[in-house]
Design a binder for this molecule. Structure first.
Ligand code: PHE
Length: 332
């Protein structure tokens, strides 16, 4: 019987994967013929065992070899048919993208301020006049309200693309009770001529701190903490400035160069880099947002992100940050 089976197996033709499976089920599966024979083998007498053991093992080996050979030749044939493409191979790894330099700067700055209790707040990019201008103490005839500087969304002069992230200051003070410590990163829009140095949209991070007895010294120390965390040991200078919503107001430059102790990231080039505008929140703004200026005071600042990213990565043209050129983006 075994010899007959061996002959039968040797003459079997396996050309397709379906035939291969039929073969496997018939001979090699758990309930197949060979498994059955091994099962029966347990019950035969000692004499017979000697006689049958060897051919039974040969039968099994033969069946396995025929199965493996057929399997390989079927795989080879399908490979040839698929013009060398092996559709069974594991897929390659997907290319992994990288973080945009602007996002990287935002993440880093948010992390630094979160260590001293600031949390992130979001606000709309399409904003009404109240939150972008009026509550921030912009006089009615202020030039920033002009078509020249602001993008209006419709014919309705009340709705525009926000010109700064300071709109989120207003929304924070309207919706929260002091102490308030928020950071608002986001995109802003200005109707400006596009050049290597300026674009009609860019990013800012707004900071706002309102509590009892917040002073200008607190503002300065907070900013120094930020520049030292971000740029390494650094010098800052505050230049007097003007914003309708802060009084007094200042612009802050960080010194990056010539100083050997300054972090490696900013040692290329020399001079002062302007990074933000800031000031003590004007009492008129507190009042407009429902906070009593007799009880509370606070400071605000607005950091320009592109400027910092361009400095950090030595990017010569602001337009590179929004052109989505893969050759540029791959470097980050
Ligand atoms: N909103 C100002 C700007 O866009 C920056 C600023 C924010 C100034 C907060 C003072 C306080 O230039």
């Amino acid at each position: 019987f075994i010899q007959n089976l061996i002959a039968e197996i040797q003459s079997s033709r396996i050309n397709t994967s379906e035939e291969l499976e039929v073969f496997r089920l018939k001979y090699l599966s758990k309930k197949g013929l060979i498994a059955q024979l091994f099962e029966d083998f347990k019950n035969v007498s000692g004499e017979k065992k000697k006689e049958l053991g060897k051919p039974l093992n040969e039968l099994k080996k033969l069946a396995e070899k025929i199965f493996d050979d057929a399997k390989n030749s079927i795989a080879a044939a399908s490979l040839a048919e698929n013009k060398g493409e092996d559709y069974t191979r594991p897929a390659g790894l997907l290319p992994v993208g990288s973080r945009h330099p602007v996002s990287q700067m935002i993440e880093e700055i948010v992390e630094i301020f979160s260590r001293i209790g600031f949390s992130v707040m979001d606000g709309p990019e399409i904003e009404d006049d109240w939150h972008n201008f009026t509550a921030l103490n912009f006089p009615p005839e202020h030039p920033a309200r002009d078509m020249q500087d602001t993008f209006f969304v419709t014919k309705n002069p009340d709705i525009a693309l926000r010109t700064h992230t300071s709109n989120v200051q207003v929304r924070a003070m309207e919706s929260m009770k002091p102490p308030i410590r928020i950071l608002a990163p986001g995109r802003v829009y200005r109707n400006e001529a596009i050049s290597a140095r300026s674009h009609c949209f860019f990013h800012q991070i707004e900071g706002l701190y309102i509590d009892k007895k917040v002073s200008f010294a607190d503002l300065k120390q907070t900013l120094l903490y930020f520049t030292e965390s971000f740029f390494g040991k650094s010098n800052i200078r505050m230049r007097p400035s003007y914003f309708p919503f802060t009084e007094p107001s200042a612009e802050v430059d960080v010194y990056w160069g010539l100083n050997n102790e300054v972090d490696y990231r900013i040692t290329k080039g020399t001079g002062w880099l302007e990074i933000l505008g800031c000031g003590m929140v004007d009492p008129n703004v507190l009042k407009a947002c429902g906070i009593d200026p007799e009880v509370y005071s606070g400071f605000a600042f607005g950091i320009g992100i592109e400027r910092i990213a361009m400095n950090r990565y030595q990017i010569p043209d602001i337009r590179m940050l929004s052109e989505n050129d893969m050759r540029f983006l791959k470097q980050f």
